[in-house]
Design a protein around this ligand. Structure first.
Ligand code: ZN
Length: 144
C-alpha cells in the first residue's frame, strides 16, 4: 500500500529554541522516522563550535545570517560560509572543528546521523533524529 505523506508547514517564529549543545540552539522543523532525515533551524552563539565529528549520512545547509568556519575557515583552506551560502557535506566527511565567530543562523538538513569523536577517533556520542527529538522534548518540558 502506498501512502502519500501529508504536507507539512512550520512557522518557526512561534517556536522556542531548544538546547542542542553548549552555545548551539535549534528549532526542529521535521524529523523522519522512515528515512532518518532531520531538518533543523540552528542558531549558534558567537564563539560556539561543534566538536570533531563524522557525517554518517550526507548533510546540507543554507546560511541565513552570521558566519560558519568549516575546517578552519577559508584562511586555513576550509570554508567560511555566510548568509546566502549553501553547503553539501558528503557521507563519511570528518570535520575537526566547526566554529562560529559571530551569532549565526542556518538551516540544516541531515540525512542520517552525526558521530562525534574524540582526538583518538573514539565515538563520544551519536546525534540522530531520535536524539534531536528527545533534546527538543526535554527543552519544551522545562519551558512548560
Ligand atoms: Zn560537519
Amino acid at each position: 500500500m502506498v501512502r502519500v505523506q501529508p504536507e507539512e508547514y512550520v512557522s518557526t517564529r512561534s517556536m522556542s529554541w531548544a538546547a542542542l549543545s553548549p552555545g548551539i540552539w535549534m528549532k526542529v522543523l521535521r524529523l523522519s522516522a522512515e528515512s532518518g532525515t532531520w531538518t533543523v533551524l540552528l542558531r549558534a552563539e558567537a564563539g560556539a563550535s561543534f566538536a570533531r565529528h563524522r557525517h554518517l549520512a550526507a548533510g546540507e545547509y543554507f546560511m541565513l545570517s552570521g558566519k560558519m568556519e568549516v575546517r578552519g575557515g577559508a584562511q586555513a583552506g576550509g570554508v567560511t560560509a555566510v548568509a546566502g551560502d549553501y553547503g553539501w557535506e558528503p557521507v563519511s566527511v570528518i570535520h575537526d572543528h566547526t566554529f562560529f565567530p559571530e551569532e549565526t543562523e542556518f538551516l540544516f538538513t541531515n540525512h542520517g546521523a552525526v558521530q562525534f569523536l574524540d582526538e583518538q577517533g573514539n565515538t563520544t556520542s551519536v546525534l540522530d533524529w531520535e536524539v534531536i527529538e528527545s533534546l527538543a522534548q526535554a527543552t519544551s518540558a522545562r519551558a512548560a
